[in-house]
Design a protein around this ligand. Structure first.
Ligand code: PA5
Length: 460
């Protein structure tokens, strides 16, 4: 497994002192990075945070594999109902391993597909249900809280659809992934006898891709979850090292922290040059936004900190976003994601048309063109004083994907320490959830019904 981080275009020597880091700045901040590492390690040792342990959970991996083996051949679709951290991880895995959706190809009981219901848009739900057969669908409902309105509502619809289709067998075709000791989903799963996997309390949604949340759907669509976890375990070992040359999670956290806070780059563009990593860019967007966008620091002081993550796809978005990136406000840092080896290269035919716009490309590969486009964009941005860095994955396979997930989770945790905020809570989404409960008539939420009424009155 090989993942590297190249920060050279974050340096002042490349993008100027106003936008880039000097060696002196980096040297002076190394101690802060090591303090962040120790701070996070202490909390992990105290059992507060559990994502670093996930790749080592061999018992869980075996149990999930056994379940997948038992059910293999009996379905052609895995329908996941979940949202946020309970959906984005399995989408990222699906997109990376089976391909982005328009080019996934036919699905069958040998090559089951994933349908992720992570929204309650009625048109989306109806179309999804029409595309699936209840006899050939396995349902996986995922909610750590066991009560998220979108997931509970979506599940009720799918549960009825399944029961109408296959009657009493429905519970045997449902898998629940939820908390062990709380939530109404757990109560229902126990009552109706669903196969159930649990999410550890110390693993939050957006850090849960390597728990049953991501591993169950992954195993059911044929992804090798052992390899996924093997890559993540290798990265975990590297992430506990105090050697900044080998610990890319810590090194990248340090570079990004300085660029963000000292050079005022309040937006980070995750820029994969790989359609297969597009789902991972959306997974990263949630991880970075929800973990690092906070009102208060750990002392309780109001800080309103956050770096807005944006996903852009290379080369496609060169023709959509790069004009802004080159000439708009210099408030962004760009993280290019590169895949060194394509699964299969595409050679451009030598057409010899006598037309220069075609002929110079003949005989070269699409991989070379992709690489040239990305290097050209990096150089153009650097020449305009726009800091950028590059993560290179040798290939997109289970091991690299698992390692990349784990690298970004550690980077996020270290960033939380550097900013002195709690990267693991999400108070900011709670108020909206409470208003929704009140608007949908859930009992016990009268206070929020009144607050919402006051808001509407104020609006006039
Ligand atoms: O990262 C998080 O904690 C959130 O994005 C949750 O994953 C999301 O709100 C869904 O929560 P639940 O799994 O309880 O339905």
């Amino acid at each position: 497994m090989s993942i590297s981080f190249d920060p050279r275009n974050l340096l002042a020597s490349m993008v100027g002192e106003e936008n880039g880091l000097t060696q002196a700045e980096l040297e002076a901040s190394k101690a802060a990075a090591l303090t962040a590492l120790q701070g996070f390690r202490q909390q992990w040792e105290a059992g507060k945070y559990g994502f670093p342990d996930l790749p080592g959970n061999k018992k869980l991996i075996q149990e999930i594999e056994a379940t997948a083996k038992k059910l293999a051949g009996s379905y052609d679709t895995v329908c996941v109902i979940g949202i946020g951290g309970s959906a984005l991880g399995c989408w990222a895995v699906d997109c990376a391993m089976r391909g982005p959706h328009p080019v996934q190809g036919e699905h069958s009981s040998k090559k089951p597909r994933l349908v992720i219901l992570d929204n309650v848009d009625p048109d989306f739900l109806n179309h999804a249900l029409e595309s699936m057969s209840p006899k050939k669908t396995l349902v996986v409902v995922i909610a750590k809280s066991g009560s998220t309105a979108e997931t509970m509502g979506g599940f009720l619809v799918v549960r009825e659809w399944l029961t109408n289709g296959i009657g009493k067998k429905a519970p045997s075709r449902i898998i629940a992934v939820t908390s062990e000791g709380r939530g109404d989903l757990k109560v229902l799963a126990t009552k109706e006898g669903y196969t159930t996997f649990h999410i550890p309390e110390n693993v939050g949604g957006r850090f849960s891709v390597l728990s049953a949340v991501g591993l169950v759907p992954a195993a059911l669509i044929g992804v090798n979850i052992k390899k996924l976890c093997r890559g993540a375990a290798e990265m975990t070992e590297a992430a506990w090292s105090d050697n900044l040359d080998t610990n890319i999670a810590l090194s990248s956290a340090l570079h990004h922290w300085l660029i963000w806070t000292r050079k005022k780059k309040s937006i980070q563009v995750a820029f994969p040059y790989s359609n297969f990593l597009w789902g991972t860019a959306f997974w990263f967007r949630q991880l970075w936004a929800e973990s690092l966008g906070k009102a208060k620091d750990r002392t309780g002081a109001i800080v309103h900190v956050g770096q807005t993550p944006v996903a852009a796809l290379g080369t496609t978005d060169q023709h959509s976003q790069v004009q802004l990136y080159m000439e708009g406000p210099n408030d962004k840092v760009y993280s290019f994601w590169v895949v060194e080896k394509a699964r299969k290269q595409v050679k451009i035919p030598k057409a010899k048309l006598g037309l220069d716009g075609f002929d110079y490309l003949g005989g070269q590969t699409m991989g070379k063109l992709l690489d040239a486009e990305r290097r050209a964009t990096e150089a153009a941005l650097a020449s305009s004083g726009r800091p950028n860095c590059t993560f290179t994955l040798e290939r997109v396979d289970e091991e690299h994907l698992g390692a990349f997930f784990q690298m970004m989770e550690f980077e996020t945790a270290f960033m939380g320490e550097l900013l002195n905020i709690d990267a693991f809570d999400q108070e900011g989404v709670e108020l909206g959830k409470k208003f929704t409960y009140a608007l949908m008539g859930r009992s016990g939420w009268d206070e929020f019904k009144e607050r919402f009424a006051a808001y509407e009155k104020k609006r006039g």
